[in-house]
Every structure is written in C-alpha cells, then in structure tokens.
Design a binder for this molecule. Structure first.
Ligand code: C2E
Ligand code: MG
Ligand code: MG
Length: 570
C-alpha cells in the first residue's frame, strides 16, 4: 500500500519499509515536520523516487525487503546520475549490512528497533541539511587512480564508524612508499601511477577480507582504518610482495606505521599517530614497521603536559638554574675556572625533570627561548651577586638553542642584560652545540661573528657528536671546544677512543683553542686527559651541577686554599 500525504512542506522524505509497523513508527516521528511518502519495497521506491525527483530531500531505506531489497535500490541509485544527489539513510538491525550500505553510498543509518525519537529527528535533519549545503559525502568521492576513498570522505566515514560502531575496534594504519619522488623521476610518472594503482588494488583486496576503509591521503600516503589485526608484519609483507612483482628492475620499499585501537581516541588522532610512527621508520629499510606503543603514548602525554605547564612553571618559578664547575687541570691542585649554567625543572607533580627531556621538546617549537632567557638572567644575576660577595667574577657559560640564533634581537638582548649587571661580555660564555653549526650555517655564523666582535666567547658544545669533520674545525669561529662525553667514557679501556681524544687535543692545540673535556667521572680519565694536555675538565669527578648556594662552597673552598690568588678565578 502506498500512502501519500500531500501536505505543503518544503522537505519531502520517502520511507521505504515492507513492515507497516515500521512505516507507521517513522510516520509518527517525522510527519509533524516533513512531508512523508511511503513505499513497501524497492521497486515501488525507485518509482516514487523518479516521480518526486525534484522535490525529494531524503530516502529512508529498509535493507531487507521482498521484491527488491535495499542494496539493489542503492545499487540502482548509484548508477543513475539523477538519483545521486538524494541522500539515503538505511534502516537496519544488522551491523554488517550497515557497513555494506555505507560503502554503497548511504549517508547514514538508523538502527531498528527505532531509537529515541529526538535522535532520529536530529539525524534526519542533519543529513538533509548536509545535502543541501552540498557537503554531503557521496560514493562518487573516490581517488580516480586507486579507487580508494578521497581524504574527506574517508575521514567523514571513519568518524561515523567511530561514532556509531564503538563495538568495531579499528586500528589506524599509514602506509608510505620510500623515495616515491625518485621512483617517479627515474621511471616516469606512468610507472609511478602503476605502483599506486597496484598498491591501491591490494589494499582494497585486503579490506574485502576484513572490515575497514582506506584512502589515498596524498601522493604516496595511504591511510587505512580497519578492524584490529594482530599481524602487521604479515600485512606489510603482503603489500611489499605485491609491489615487488611490479618490475624486476625497480626496487620499491614500503614503510608502515600503526596505531592500534584503544578506547576513546578519535580516528583523526589515531591516524596522526600512525603517521608519526610511519615517519619514524623513514629510510629504515631493515625495520620498515613501527607500531605506536604505550611508551610513545606516555611520552606524548608527558610532552603535552609539559607544553601546557610551561607558562605556569615560569610564573611560579619552578625552574632553577644549577651550576657545574669546570676545573683547570693543568694547575696543581686543579683550580676552579668557571661554571656551566644548567636548567632544572622542579615540577609540582612530575618531580625533577631533566633538561634532556624538555629542552628538545621546547626547541622544536621555539618555546625554549622562554627558558633560555630565564637562565641567562639568572646566570648574570648570580655572577653579579658572587662578584659583590666575593670580589671575583666567576665566568659562566650558558647554552644557546638553535631558535635563539634566529631571534634578530639576540645580540641586543644579551648586551643590554650584561650591561645592566656591568658584566664583561668575555665572562658570559655562550655554548652552541656542534650540530647547530652544520644545520643553519650561514645565519649562525653571522650571529656568532657579531657576538665575537663584541667580545663574547663561543664554546662549541658536544664536539664530535655531530657531523662536522675535524678539518672543518679551522674554519669554525670558536673560542673553546667542548669534547663530547662519549669520547671520554671509554678512554681508559678503548684504544681508538683514546687516540681520537689525543687527535682532537692536537688539532685544538694547533688551532690555539682550549678544550673542555665533559663527563669526566674518574681519577683515571682525569690523569689521561691531564697528560694529554687537556686544559679544562667538567664532570662528576669534580662535582655534579649544584644549586647556586652549594656552588658557593666551591668558590669559598677555592678562596680558602689560596685567598691571595683569588684573582686567578677569571
Ligand atoms: P650539555 O650542555 O652538553 O651539558 C652537559 C650535560 O652533561 C649536563 O646534563 C650535565 O649534568 C651532564 N654531565 C656533566 N658531567 C657529567 C658526568 O660526569 N657524567 C655524566 N654522565 N653526565 C655529566 P643536563 O644538565 O642534564 O643537560 C643536558 C643537556 O640539556 C645539556 O647538555 C644542554 O644541551 C641542555 N641544556 C641544559 N640546560 C640548558 C639551558 O638552559 N638551555 C638550553 N637551551 N639547553 C640546556
Ligand atoms: Mg652545554
Ligand atoms: Mg655538552
């Protein structure tokens, strides 16, 4: 029976269901706001759709019906250009059927028995509105090359699965092709397209076996959102095997990042993490698979907390500057020569956080300048205070970050600060890590040049940890070389390390640049360095980094040993 009410309403909805009770139920829910027409099976539905093609705003379609079922209707509608603009909400009691319907182009689904009326009304209104705004996702939204979903459709779809199918525990997978631009450049675009197409086919074949969706997110990045899987290595191998068949001459390497399902994380975040994991194995042909782990998760949460807490930490003075002495070991006994200012974060919940944890994080986004600025002021203030108390100016070096170098006001800020404390620029040393020299050479060299002409001294930190070769050293503007700890660690047992240390000391001597050996922990290391002619030592052997009050004991001890020579501390 076809029931049709011709009330003058702007939006017309076709309800298709073989069960009268369902048609009536929907009628009760919707008739107040919409012009509802009814069909009992797919055949009638298609007929009514054609008759109402210009006025129909929505079809609500049962899937299991005699004569012609809902899937067949969807199929017909997707093949008919005129029908494509009409959104369909499927009515169903079966999970698998819903998914299939969505894949066939349905915009949404409502489960039977019918939910709360308000919910149904809201969803109907939303779909109609979406469609009218032409924002409705449609089955036509495919990537033409791979026939996988377009990015937007994929996200919208993934969100729906997440929202309406919480029981479906979906993992996020990101698949990428190594050096895809080179593959294109060397073998031609057509070959590149073939690779993408063949990989796309294999992804679709995989998804046909499990529940899930996929998109070619961009160029050579594929995103998958699918039912949880245990064997990702096997899956990657499957895709890799497929691309291996493409050409015996071209080696194609895939890499994969996975974020396994956990409750309550939205698809977009899941995919972000899978993407991050995928990037971590870039270029690693031995281990092309990375699964986003609990550790990484914990790390990310910690990072987020630190980022959130930075401004309060600065306000509440949770940061403390510690001082670690450097000793002149060519004197007997060794003599306190200067100090390095090192930041500490005493977090109210997390306890003492090492700069190795937060400095790289804040360097990544420039926030480190807040920390560095604080350290520089504290160091300068402390130097002035010791000078006033003891009559000696203990030179202090501070660490400069990459992003500090990009601050056009860096030089002016340092100068103004030191002038305000009347501190000689020469005593306020600047440590710049070796890798910064190789990263942003030109700008860094300009800034360093200006600073040195003003009288600042530059210490190259972590020398030997980066990529600059020994012969580049003569061209680098540095006043002091800080040898990386890793060289010192094994000099007592490892002949090669010892020879390297001696070589560095020789070159530095030749260049007339004093060397600080960092991380000296034992008497034996100290003796070797002293004999090899190393000028300065910093390390636990003498002292760990200390709060300013404790560092004062070192100054006092030094002065007590030889008060008359206190001027030597400069
Ligand atoms: P760095 O500048 O190379 O500092 C030396 C690091 O070695 C310090 O670690 C110090 O505590 C540690 N150390 C010193 N002697 C020994 C030793 O004998 N054995 C061992 N195992 N370690 C020793 P810390 O304080 O954890 O700092 C780590 C890094 O964080 C620093 O390396 C520096 O790159 C950065 N950093 C510290 N403070 C600041 C700061 O205020 N600003 C910036 N931008 N970076 C900072
Ligand atoms: Mg340093
Ligand atoms: Mg260092």
């Amino acid at each position: 029976m076809i029931k049709s009410k011709q009330i003058q309403r702007p939006e017309r909805i076709l309800v298709v269901d073989d069960q009268e009770i369902n048609r009536d139920a929907l009628g009760i829910i919707l008739e107040d706001s919409y012009d509802v027409i009814y069909a009992e099976n797919g055949k009638e539905a298609l007929q009514l759709i054609d008759e109402n093609i210009d006025t129909l705003s929505l079809v609500m379609l049962d899937l299991m019906m005699p004569v012609m079922n809902g899937f067949e209707v969807l199929q017909e509608m997707s093949e008919n250009e005129k029908h494509k603009g009409i959104p369909v909400i499927v009515l169903t009691a079966e999970k698998n059927a819903e998914l299939k319907a969505l894949q066939m182009g349905a915009a949404d689904f409502i489960t039977k028995p019918f939910e709360v009326h308000e919910v149904i009304r809201a969803r109907v209104a939303r779909i109609i509105e979406l469609n009218e705004g032409r924002r409705l996702i449609s089955a036509a939204e495919h990537d033409q090359l791979t026939m996988l979903y377009s990015k937007n459709f994929f996200f919208e779809y993934a969100n729906r699965l997440y929202q309406y199918h919480p029981e479906m525990h979906c993992d996020a997978i990101v698949l990428n092709i190594e050096q895809f631009h080179s593959i294109n450049a060397l073998n031609g675009r057509e070959f590149g397209d073939d690779v993408l197409r063949i990989l796309g086919n294999e992804i679709r074949a995989f998804l046909a076996e499990t529940d899930g969706i996929a998109s070619r997110f961009e160029a050579d990045r594929f995103d998958l959102y699918c039912c949880h899987l245990d064997d990702y290595r096997g899956l990657l191998e499957r895709f890799q095997k497929k691309v291996d068949t493409i050409s015996p001459k071209v080696r194609i390497h895939l890499r994969m990042g996975v974020k396994p399902w956990i409750p309550g994380v939205e698809p977009i975040l899941m995919l972000d993490r899978a993407h991050a994991a995928c990037n971590m194995v870039r270029g690693d042909y031995q281990n092309p698979l990375m699964i986003y782990s609990d550790d990484m998760m914990a790390r990310e949460l910690l990072n987020q907390q630190m980022l959130n807490d930075l401004s309060t930490a600065a306000e509440e003075r949770q940061f403390k500057v510690f001082f670690q002495p450097k000793y002149d070991i060519q004197m007997n006994p060794p003599r306190l020569s200067s100090a390095e200012a090192l930041i500490r974060w005493k977090h109210p919940d997390l306890g003492m956080i090492s700069p190795g944890v937060f400095v790289p994080l804040f360097e990544g986004n420039g926030l480190i300048s807040i920390v560095d600025n604080f350290v520089w002021h504290e160091a300068a203030r402390q130097m002035a205070s010791w000078r006033d108390k003891y009559g000696v100016l203990v030179p202090v070096s501070v660490n400069l970050s990459r992003s500090d170098v990009f601050d056009p006001n860096l030089v002016d800020r340092l100068v103004a600060m030191l002038d305000s404390y009347q501190i000689d620029y020469k005593a306020f040393k600047l440590e710049v890590t070796e890798s910064a020299y190789t990263d942003n050479a030109k700008q860094l060299l300009d800034v360093i040049d200006r600073l040195r002409r003003l009288g600042f001294q530059i210490e190259m930190d972590d020398f030997g940890s980066g990529y600059s070769s020994l012969n580049m050293l003569s061209a680098m503007p540095v006043d002091v070389l800080k040898m990386d700890m890793k060289f010192i660690r094994n000099i007592e047992s490892n002949e090669t390390d010892l020879r390297l240390v001696k070589l560095i000391l020789d070159i530095a001597r030749y260049l007339n640049v004093p060397v600080v050996a960092e991380g000296v922990e034992t008497e034996g290391q100290l003796a070797i360095l002293r004999d090899a002619g190393c000028a300065l030592v910093q390390g636990y052997y003498f002292s760990r980094p200390l709060p300013a009050e404790e560092f004062e004991h070192l100054i006092e001890r030094e002065m007590g040993i030889d008060r008359t020579e206190k001027d030597a501390i400069n």
